[in-house]
Design a protein around this ligand. Structure first.
Ligand code: ADP
Ligand code: MG
Length: 324
């Protein structure tokens, strides 16, 4: 397995108390595979990714447990220097907001070129040539001329392509994309998502695709991990989830996706709000919002039950959920 996150726990100390932002997360992704991590805002998707990449703000954040196995090595035990070497070269991250992730005072060609001068010891001239090649590869028109421009001179979609180019420059084994298309309009979203999927195939990268939009994952993901209140509530191959969700929260997310075949119908939204992370309800954290909840759900936290091969659900009543 390329990446295995095991029982990861991250806390933040806040004025209101300790927030368990990540509360025992397990997920895995193999080479050439796409894992979509899904869940409403605040469910711990980004914090999990930051802990994996080694870019968590500490303090206020603190990793209090678990392992991040990358090619079998627990990254949480490595020195910062070693982690920095792995970051960029072996694993890279794509963020939602390219404008703040890119350096505003360096031309795009220089920024991309730096990947090769710093990490590969190339000459500036060779590095620039590689930068232009990369810009071509992510289909930025007139790459040679545009390499001399600054990030703010590009459109949102083009900037996102530049960040993708930065991420894949050193051909990392793993890329984590955190809501990479959220800030873009729908057509551009689809193009950027297609590009990512294509590069993932070409380079046989493992891709962790974080999104709150189930609509975009059907075509690109192999497996899905659904997060709620810092935990995984369902993990499954993508077609299983679309056939029948095994957790009421997943069902709620699915039914919130606008569908052409349900024209005129009311858009289902999950009632209520996710819990405050410093005050997560006992039992199943989803129980206050769950249309299926019974007494046991409010007192006993469900285990992550095995539903079938490769599929798990943290719902006491996953069988009923599967049956609709
Ligand atoms: P998601 O990416 O799923 O929207 P995050 O992983 O960003 O959610 O956040 C998970 C939880 O951790 C949230 O409740 C958020 O308030 C908390 N959190 C994240 N970053 C910080 C921080 N720097 N300080 C305090 N709390 C934080
Ligand atoms: Mg996030």
């Amino acid at each position: 397995m390329l990446l295995e996150v095991r029982d990861l726990r991250v806390e933040f100390r806040t004025r209101d108390g300790v927030a368990k932002a990540v509360d025992g997360v397990d997920y895995a992704v193999d080479a050439g595979e796409t894992l979509a991590v899904l869940g409403e805002s605040g469910s711990g998707k980004s914090v999990t990714a930051q802990a994996v990449m080694g870019i968590l703000d500490t303090p206020p954040g603190r990793i209090t447990g678990g392992e991040v196995l990358f090619r079998g090595r627990n990254l949480l035990e490595l020195k910062e220097e070693e982690r920095r070497r792995i970051r960029g070269a072996e694993m890279a991250m794509i963020f939602q907001d390219a404008l703040s992730a890119l350096n505003p005072v360096l031309t795009v060609g220089d920024q991309l070129g730096e990947m090769f001068t710093v990490h590969r010891g190339m000459s500036r001239k060779d590095a620039r040539a590689r930068a232009v090649e990369l810009m071509d590869r992510v289909r930025i028109p007139a790459a040679r001329e545009r390499a001399g421009q600054y990030p703010h001179q590009f459109s949102g979609g083009m900037r996102q392509r530049i960040m993708i180019a930065m991420a894949i420059a050193l051909e990392p084994a793993l890329v984590i994309a955190d809501e990479p298309t959220t800030a873009l309009d729908v057509t551009v979203q689809a193009q950027v998502m297609d590009l990512l999927a294509e590069l993932r195939r070409e380079y046989r990268m493992g891709l962790v695709l974080i999104t709150h939009d189930l609509g975009v994952v059907a075509d690109v993901a192999d497996r899905i991990a659904v997060m709620y209140a810092g935990r995984i509530v369902e993990r499954a191959p993508v077609h299983d989830i679309y056939k029948a969700p095994a957790h009421p929260y997943t069902r709620g997310l699915l039914e919130s996706v606008p569908r052409l075949d349900r024209k005129g119908g009311e858009l289902y939204a999950i009632r209520g709000l996710p819990p405050n992370p410093v005050d997560v309800p006992p039992g199943c954290p989803f129980s206050p919002r769950c249309p299926m909840a019974r007494d046991v759900c409010r007192t006993d936290a469900p285990a992550l039950y095995e539903v079938s091969e490769g599929r798990r659900s943290a719902c006491h009543f996953w069988r009923e959920c599967l049956d609709g």
